[in-house]
Design a protein around this ligand. Structure first.
Ligand code: C2E
Ligand code: MG
Ligand code: MG
Ligand code: MG
Length: 288
């Protein structure tokens, strides 16, 4: 109804927009203090081999517990932090904390850390990674950095240069949320990623949608021809996992295998065994 009457629309929406803008400004100010006030923490989500159930590593996911609002999703506050540059100190804190916490893990699983485009453009990322590895004693091949197609596209030339420096340290690079952006196949080749993560939107839709299944097959074929393992994100059901297994997908991550959880609650054993009968969607963490 508001659409039919442009004037009404303006009158009706403007206060809401002010409200939204004010809320964002307050949130940005609070985020500035969040680091200092110890409101940020990391959760870890397991990544496993599909064929064997063997744990290969954990992805660090940032969490913000706001004293008044409660927990705020990174999908909401990361873009805010990118706008005002706070992503630089926050990203550094994430990298340092994840490496420090992972350094003591036994067995020595891999730790995957998400990177923002801003960290590529405005920071000497290779130097930071080198420093953090030295400080925490984490061996470089245990660290994987996850970046999205958007990250590369912000400044492709620079991204390529920085990634080469980082890979020279022995750190591996995963292409996150693959299929949602605009990378050409040639970009994939040029960046020589160590792993492709298929976006979760494809994995959950595949069972119901033959075109989505075709996309998954294409990505798996791409991984095979480039010799890159493919990880499927957002696996919530046993049927999804078993479909990916028969399609030849290498690795999986998702609520079925384990929800993101604080350090003290993640699985210690080397393997997660699932059967159709034993569970559909896991509500806790760790093999029971
Ligand atoms: P991402 O890197 O693709 O991380 C995967 C997201 O999917 C996480 O959301 C995770 O909780 C969620 N997820 C995992 N399994 C399932 C599932 O089975 N079903 C569903 N529905 N969701 C699942 P989260 O933690 O809210 O993070 C959202 C995004 O925020 C991340 O997407 C990443 O892009 C960004 N992010 C998180 N932590 C950081 C960080 O430390 N630095 C940067 N730059 N970005 C981060
Ligand atoms: Mg990720
Ligand atoms: Mg992802
Ligand atoms: Mg994402």
């Amino acid at each position: 109804r508001a659409k039919a009457d442009p004037i009404r629309k303006i009158c009706f929406y403007k206060p809401e927009m002010d409200e939204a803008l004010r809320a964002r400004r307050i949130l940005a100010a609070d985020l500035r203090d969040a680091l200092a006030r110890d409101q940020l923490s990391l959760h870890y989500q397991v990544q496993t081999s599909i064929a064997t159930g063997r744990i290969r590593g954990y992805e660090a996911l940032l969490r913000w517990e706001h004293p008044q609002i409660g927990s705020i999703s990174p999908a909401e506050f990361i873009p805010l932090a990118e706008e005002n540059g706070l992503i630089l100190p926050i990203g550094e804190w994430v990298l340092r904390t994840a490496c420090r916490e992972a350094a003591s893990w036994e067995p020595p699983y891999k730790i995957a850390v998400n990177l923002s485009a801003v960290q590529f453009v405005h920071a000497d990322l290779a130097k930071l990674v080198r420093t953090v590895l030295a400080e925490t004693g984490l061996s470089p091949e245990r660290l994987e950095l996850e970046l999205t197609e958007t990250t590369i596209f912000a400044d492709q030339k620079r991204a390529l240069h920085v990634l080469r420096e980082i890979k020279a340290l022995g750190v591996t690079i995963a292409l996150d949320d693959f299929g949602t952006g605009y990378s050409s196949l040639d970009t994939l080749r040029a960046f020589s990623f160590d792993r492709i993560k298929i976006d979760r939107s494809f994995c959950c839709a595949a069972a119901a949608n033959p075109q989505t299944l075709a996309i998954i097959r294409a990505v798996l074929g791409l991984g095979k021809s480039f010799g890159i393992p493919v990880l499927a994100e957002g696996i919530e059901t046993y049927d999804q996992l078993s479909m990916l297994n028969s399609e030849g997908c290498d690795e999986a991550q998702g609520f079925l295998l384990g929800r993101p959880a604080p350090l003290g609650q993640i699985v210690g054993s080397g393997q997660i065994t699932l059967t159709r009968e034993s569970r559909t969607l896991r509500d806790g963490n760790g093999a029971s």
